[in-house]
Design a protein around this ligand. Structure first.
Ligand code: ZN
Length: 276
């Protein structure tokens, strides 16, 4: 399986302390040294909305490109693509909420309308040689809408496919997913949309993240986001507790004979450094 380390983005954005840019750069090199081939470095949100990520551009400029390692950033819109171009970031990820009420309240648009608006991002990214993916937050459940109907999730997946995005993350931002639901949705979408490269992103709000990862693996999923030290959550979702910790997933994999290519001891050292 392949893990994407999201601690530098999803982890740090939920911490009160803002790390200096150089510390982020050092941590990023530590993650690469530990074996990560995919890392979410930060986001190009408005600095007032997420001050912890205000220096993402500087981190990318300092690190440059690392051969064999994908360094990605979360973006809200076209402005995010422009910032990626300016700082040398080569991979961006868009996001929409599968929770209709949430999306309507925040953006006054249905999730499908939001995704259709991403066409300009796909075009701009393509013109600059930047790869682009999409994520769907709360496809399993939201504090506003409860369980999300599968048809709603499918219609967002199809909206992404319509604008040319074929790498899609199902992001359980609210941590409301349960294993049987994860298994069913993963098996279903993997079969229905074989052209999609899937990522799964779980939060441990109700203690089920590791069980959900196992359920997704059993349904054939192979790409997962994890956060070293279990850092972070989501500042926009009330009480959303930490991401699934990288160390827990590495332990599960090592003890089950599943290759990740990531050295757990090195990650534990990095986590300790951030906590101290
Ligand atoms: Zn998250």
């Amino acid at each position: 399986i392949t893990l994407c380390e999201v601690g530098l983005r999803d982890g740090l954005q939920n911490e009160k302390t803002i790390l200096p840019t150089q510390e982020k750069v050092d941590l990023l090199h530590g993650l690469v040294d530990a074996g990560f081939k995919v890392i979410e470095v930060g986001s190009f949100m408005h600095p007032k909305a997420v001050p912890q990520m205000a220096d993402t551009d500087e981190v990318f400029k300092a690190v440059g490109q690392i051969p064999g390692v994908e360094l990605r950033a979360l973006i809200p819109n076209l402005r995010g693509v422009q910032r990626a171009v300016d700082c040398g970031c080569k991979k961006v990820k868009l996001n929409v909420s599968a929770s209709r009420q949430h999306n309507l309240k925040n953006l006054n648009m249905t999730p499908e309308q939001s995704v259709a608006g991403f066409a300009e991002c796909v075009k701009a990214a393509g013109e600059h040689g930047i790869a682009i993916s999409g994520s769907i937050s709360m496809p399993f459940g939201s504090p506003w809408d409860g369980r999300i109907p599968l048809a709603d999730v499918e219609s967002i997946i199809e909206a992404y496919l319509n604008v040319g995005i074929t790498e899609i993350s199902l992001s359980d931002t609210s941590g409301m997913a349960v294993p049987n639901q994860v298994y069913e949705m993963c098996a279903h979408v993997a079969e229905k949309y074989p052209q999609v490269s899937w990522w799964l992103h779980f939060h441990n709000t109700r203690g089920l993240a590791i069980a959900n990862i196992m359920a997704a693996m059993e349904a054939g999923m192979t790409q997962f986001d994890t956060s070293f030290g279990g850092l972070g959550g989501c500042p926009f979702v009330p009480n959303a507790a930490g991401n699934i910790s990288t160390e827990d997933v590495l332990n599960l994999c090592e003890e089950s004979g599943i290759e990740t290519g990531v050295d757990c001891l090195k990650i534990m050292e990095l986590s300790k450094r951030v906590r101290d």
